[in-house]
Design a binder for this molecule. Structure first.
Ligand SMILES: Nc1nc2c(ncn2[C@@H]2O[C@H](COP(=O)(O)OP(=O)(O)OP(=O)(O)O)[C@@H](O)[C@H]2O)c(=O)[nH]1
Length: 227
């Protein structure tokens, strides 16, 4: 990509041009930083996109395995979102996605990473989140989004809800991003099937270790282990 095209891309996406004289080291560094920021964010909501979420998830798993600190992954999905699109159209659907993203970002600490990971699906990585606090934070997010009123016209208002699933990373154990996501997804599925607009977290902070995680921890020697 040519420099002037990169600059145009930044300005079109709402970034300020880099500081310093065009072509200077400071200007080029500013351009690179801004392009990196752009490539890590979801264009509709400004949250982290799937790529940066996956990178952060892998880093967090390493950190938990080294430090033993608890970390929670929440996955959120807007309830009956297809109905919103079908009833009000995609422009309103996009507006709803943006409002849910704002609600989510408002509820988490600066160290947490909220991301848009799919069309109407979001995730949050919460490092150093004590198990006793998990349900509270998930419930706070759910209630915040439920409380939002989206004004379509001065007389027409819309509310949406989310279902939330959550799982803690297994402490002191090397897991994988996909296994962690699967656990949180399973809980999201439970929240949907139990009626939506609710939060379901794995009942205990995971001390159970799956066969696949044992493989990651001990290598292939235990892969045939039936324990
Ligand atoms: N407006 C808009 N719609 C999207 C976007 N991405 C995905 N969708 C729509 O999101 C809807 C998701 O619908 P489903 O997966 O059936 O789920 P749902 O209607 O939310 O139902 P439950 O999840 O079971 O509560 C589909 O209609 C997609 O077209 C987007 O970026 N913008």
């Amino acid at each position: 990509m040519k420099l002037d095209q990169a600059l145009q891309l930044l300005v079109q996406s709402g970034h300020k041009p880099p500081p310093g004289a065009p072509g200077s080291v400071a200007w080029l560094q500013g351009l690179i930083d801004a392009l990196c920021d752009l490539s890590s964010r979801d264009a509709l909501t400004g949250l982290a996109n799937r790529r940066s979420f996956e990178a952060a998830l892998a880093r967090e798993i390493d950190r938990v395995a080294r430090s033993g600190e608890p970390a929670l992954l929440l996955i959120l999905d807007i309830d009956h979102f297809k109905r919103v699109n079908d009833t009000y159209g995609h422009v309103v659907g996009d507006q709803v996605i943006r409002i849910v993203a704002e609600g989510l970002a408002d509820c988490v600490r600066p160290m947490d990473l909220p991301a848009r990971v799919g069309g109407e699906e979001f995730a949050v990585i919460l490092p150093n989140c004590p198990p006793a606090f998990g349900q509270t934070v998930a419930e706070r997010i759910r209630a915040k989004i439920e409380s939002k009123i989206i004004s379509l016209t001065p007389t027409q208002h819309l509310g949406v809800t989310v279902s939330v699933g959550g799982a803690f990373a297994p402490q002191w154990v090397r897991s994988s991003p996909s296994l962690w996501c699967e656990r949180a997804d399973l809980q999201l599925y439970r929240a949907k099937s139990e009626g939506r607009n609710r939060t379901c977290l794995e009942p205990t902070p995971v001390s159970l270790v799956s066969a696949e995680e044992k493989g990651l921890l001990f290598g292939n020697t235990l892969s045939g282990d039936s324990e």
